[in-house]
Design a protein around this ligand. Sequence first.
Ligand code: GAP
Length: 426
Amino acid sequence: MALCKRRGFIYPGSEIYGGLGGTWDYGPLGVELKNNIKREWWKDIVQLREDIVGIDSAIMMNPKTWEASGHVEAFTDPLVECKVCHARFRADQEDSINEHEKSHGKSNEWTEPQKFNLLVKAYLGVLEGKQSEIYLRGEITQGVHVNFKNVLDSTRIKIPFGIAQIGKAFRNEITPGNFTFRSREFEQMEVQYYIEPERGEGEKWFDYWKKQRMEWYTKLGIRKDHLSFRNHEDHERAHYARDACDIDYHAPFGWSEFEGIHNRGDWDLSRHEQYSGQSMKYKDPDTGEEYLPWVIETSGGVDRAALFFLIDAYWEGDGRIVLRLHPKLAPYKVAVFPLLANKPELVKKAKEIYEDLKKEFMVAWDDRGNIGGRYAAQDEAGTPFCITVDFQSLKDDTVTVRYRDTAKQDRVEIVELKEYLHDKID
Ligand code: GAP
């Protein structure tokens, strides 16, 4: 957390006013990391596939959506209140409850668990007293399902197919915490994958997506032994899920949910059909058969991904702190330095390289302090490559390229730099 603040990855939300519980702001490096995660996800899920299209739906939706989806009734966590100081906790988080009891030095009296709805309310409209109460979306999912027909009518896509979306969701979490892990405002990246309504198909695509999503995280550098699948017990499944499995991450605060894969059956489409009075059925273009498809969903958190990629990349050794982020996720791909800031010919050449590389990569510039300090700063930022322009560069148009994880250096011709970097990053 200290590194995140120091280097500009993540800051507490509204910090100068004492903060706002469960909200976080992303600094200059954090926003790059998050954008890179989202870009890689979109590329693999939408750009490289023919069976998935993307959408970007509104955060504010007609409140009937949330009645239909079951969230108004069932999107709840069990809440208990300390009768001594009125602090509120999730009844299923025994560690926090025990910790709280210690703060009073005795075992407390608690209220009976009550259902607490997590939807965040907002008020829309300009007339005082006549504003309509709406909800900020509690999951990005419903914006996809209400557009199921629009997407069918405006594309040539056929079942099995998916609709992907990335966007903000809001939950009035009872106990936000563990840094950004449980926030009240966060981003999700989801696929709603529509399939034939049949058990065998459900099991096939559920297993397929579990495998795909696990591979995606390991491909981008999360250690295999830090990830595992966890099937949900009957009592913990969300109200919409027939089957649910989490990909869990071995976080410093214990194994924790990273992403959920759910078989939502026809829950969403049938409920929207019922509440809107409009047909949500799919008509098979080959057989003419009409049916409500089932949905296999993959739902990951962008903030959780940023947090777990950071934790997994953090490395201390040889007196160094290094963020060994996958080069595709690293905020800056490369940093450029003149060996000495007071030698105009070195600065000029380094600036030329910096300006040229900037057209294709996120590039950092640093000419302060000594070269060791500059390398250390870039190691902490996760920058995989540092280019130094030295006196030899003036003679033969080569530079040193230092690799973050090994601290080893190559001598590379300036004209070859772009190809060299593309090659290493990919
Ligand atoms: N549409 C299904 C859905 O929303 P979920 O298991 O409630 O399912 C999916 O959430 C993912 O969203 C989680 O696995 C997690 O990565 C992220 N997420 C959920 N609540 C979160 C919170 N309070 N803070 C940060 N990320 C959260």
